[in-house]
Design a protein. Structure first.
Length: 75
């Protein structure tokens, strides 16, 4: 099984590449028409949510720099 890669783009979307499925809150699948790369909106401006349509340009600022999360909590 290949890995799925998620790229957090500065001032933009979350780009997802690989083999994956996208479902809504009711478990219904979005038909991705064979795409293996999609971008998800992070700014809330897209008219094609949950997918990015480029509406963030000039309206969303976030410098995406990776960092370590704190240790996972255990019970």
């Amino acid at each position: 099984m290949s890995k799925t890669k998620i790229t957090v783009n500065s001032n933009g979307s979350l780009k997802v590449e690989g083999h994956f499925e996208v479902v809504d809150k009711n478990g219904h699948h979005y038909n991705l028409q064979g795409r293996e790369v999609v971008s998800f909106c992070r700014c809330g401006h897209s008219k094609n949510k949950p997918f990015c349509d480029g509406s963030h340009k000039g309206h969303f600022e976030h410098d995406a720099i990776a960092f370590d999360l704190p240790p996972k909590k255990t019970a």
